[in-house]
Structures are given as C-alpha cells and as structure tokens.
Design a protein around this ligand. Structure first.
Ligand SMILES: [Zn+2]
Length: 137
C-alpha cells in the first residue's frame, strides 16, 4: 500500500521541514519506476530540480504533469545508463574524498610550518635572545 498525504489540505508546522524531501520514484514488482506519494509536503522533485511546498493533492497533481511523466518514462527507458552513472558517481565521490584528505594533510602541514615560523620570529624579536637568523631546514 502506498503512503498517502494527511487529510488536511495544508501541511502542519511539524510537516514543514527546513530540508526538502528529495523525491525519487519507487520500483514496482516488474522493476519499473513508479510514483508514490510521500507524507512530506516540502518536496524537491528531480524532474525539474525545484522544491515546492505541496498541499494535500499538490504532489499527486505534479506527478501527472507532462514534464514529470516524461522524466519517469526517461528513467524507465534508461535504467542501464542510470546504473552505470551511479557507478561512475560513486567512483567520483571516492576520488574526491581522497583529494580532500590529501588537501587536509597539506593544510595541517602548512599550519605547523606557520606556527614554527611565528615562534622563530617571536624568538628573534625577543630582547633577551641574541640576534640570529632563523635556521630553516
Ligand atoms: Zn516531478
């Protein structure tokens, strides 16, 4: 049984969330993507990338639009491409994680060098210490 919206025509404050519900169709027993109707009223649909606050029938009506029907047909006709794209995106995420980790290490090393240089400058400016040039390895 598919979830249905509340009987109220307008969403309650509890139903309004700051983050929209990212809508993605579900899959039926034949493996086809089909629409369902989430409880959430603040929905971002991938057919147009837009976020809307829908009333009771609003999202149901949205799923009957030409754009939404065309999008659903497109993803049903391109299942294999979507699977391949998912693999490619997962690989991209892993590469991005690796790049971010390397950059984080570089930032940490730069902070350590900065602090060392600051300490050396303080020591050089201190009246107690003899004037000497910093030794950098
Ligand atoms: Zn849509």
């Amino acid at each position: 049984m598919l979830p249905s919206p509340n009987s109220d025509t307008k969403p309650t404050m509890e139903q309004i969330q700051l983050e929209p519900y990212i809508y993605a169709p579900t899959i039926d027993s034949d493996g086809d993507y089909i629409d369902y109707y989430p409880q959430n009223h603040f929905i971002k649909c991938q057919c147009n990338g837009e976020t809307h606050l829908y009333g009771k029938e609003g999202f149901r009506n949205h799923t009957t639009t030409v754009k939404h029907r065309g999008w659903l047909m497109h993803i049903n006709n391109n299942r294999h491409n979507l699977f391949r794209e998912n693999i490619r995106l997962n690989e991209l995420v892993e590469n991005q994680k690796s790049i971010i980790a390397k950059m984080d290490i570089e930032i940490q090393n730069a902070k350590i060098r900065e602090n060392l240089l600051k300490d050396m400058m303080k020591e050089m400016q201190s009246p107690k210490s003899p004037k000497k040039s910093p030794k950098i390895d």
